[in-house]
Design a protein around this ligand. Structure first.
Ligand code: ZN
Length: 229
């Protein structure tokens, strides 16, 4: 996981997750080393414009969209690419309605589906979309995730990472995301072993046995255990 640009982003085994999406985010992305096509999830902390004004333009670019398809007849963008995972967006109440209204009123047609999951505060309506507009043609119904014991646990989880969130004090409803990586099996931290190996003048070849998950006994009786595999 690494921060590779001034943009709030994470690179997860090639997938890119974006945190907030202010105005002109896609222009910043074009100048960065991040590959826009790898963006799989976008996490919005709150719906102030400087955190969300760039979201719909970015969605449109990622989904090969554009506005104003007259009549929508024969428009190749209407062939939704169902083989591509939908773009997943997380944010507080209002994120879904904002995206839906922006896409709807700009007559935007997307060639990829998207979904907006909302983290609902206790004072928010627990259900519904908070929108009088019908669902957009490219939108998949998202989850409304309730706060439990003051936090939103495991809003996303797979074998590698878990994402939780908690409320952040701000002038509008705001959430902070916490990403926890699972330990990587078999990954060895040499710094943990080298001082003991050097101190006891044991051969450095011990390291390869430790790397294989074995335990070794050093000349002074100290036992080192390789990482679990
Ligand atoms: Zn703000």
């Amino acid at each position: 996981m690494s921060r590779k640009s001034g943009i709030g982003s994470m690179d997860l085994a090639g997938d890119v997750w974006l945190f907030d999406c202010g105005e002109a985010t896609q222009h910043q992305l074009q100048k960065s080393v991040l590959r826009m096509g790898k963006i799989k999830k976008i996490f919005i902390t709150h719906t102030h414009g400087d955190h969300i004004f760039g979201l719909v333009p970015l969605i449109s670019t990622l989904a090969n969209g554009a506005g104003g398809a007259v009549g929508d007849v024969g428009d190749p963008r209407l062939q939704t690419q169902l083989d591509i995972d939908p773009l997943e967006i997380y944010g507080p109440l209002g994120t879904r309605a904002y995206v839906r209204a922006s896409l709807t009123y700009t007559h935007s047609v997307l060639a990829r589906q998207y979904v907006v999951h909302e983290l609902r505060f206790p004072d928010d309506p627990p259900d519904g979309d908070n929108s009088s507009l019908p669902i957009h043609t490219s939108e998949i119904p998202g989850r409304n995730i309730p706060q439990v014991d003051g936090v939103w646990r495991n809003i996303f989880r797979d074998d590698a990472v878990a994402v939780c969130a908690g409320p952040i004090l701000h002038s509008v409803p705001c959430v902070g995301y916490v990403i926890t990586e699972a330990p990587i099996p078999g990954k060895m931290d040499p710094k943990k072993y080298i001082p003991d190996i050097k101190r006891t003048k044991a051969p450095m070849t011990c390291m390869s046995r430790l790397q294989q998950g074995q335990s070794i006994e050093l000349p002074d009786g100290t036992v080192l255990h390789g990482p679990p595999r």
